[in-house]
Design a protein around this ligand. Structure first.
Ligand SMILES: [Zn+2]
Length: 92
């Protein structure tokens, strides 16, 4: 859990250091904010709280950068692995 927060923190810093392109919906200013991101993966819904993303200050459109999506994929992989480990530990 702490590892996830750390990488999110890092990502947030990376995003903040970037100059976001204007919103492609309304041309408004994008700001880095933390959002709730959910992704359906193999019939399981993964919800990420505090995921960094660009949010349009004018229309509220959310733009999730590729880096965050990659991170999300990694986390899903980790969660799947962790679940497998827990099942093994429970058998002891
Ligand atoms: Zn917009």
């Amino acid at each position: 859990m702490d590892e996830n927060n750390l990488s999110f923190q890092k990502l947030k810093e990376i995003l903040r250091s970037q100059t976001p392109e204007p919103c492609s919906v309304c041309g408004g200013l994008l700001k880095v904010e933390t959002i709730k991101l959910d992704q359906l993966e193999k019939d399981k819904l993964y919800v990420l709280e505090d995921a960094p993303a660009f949010v349009c200050q004018q229309c509220g459109e959310v733009w999730v950068p590729k880096q965050v999506l990659n991170e999300l994929d990694k986390m899903i992989e980790l969660t799947t692995k962790k679940t497998g480990k827990n099942i093994k530990e429970n058998k002891k």
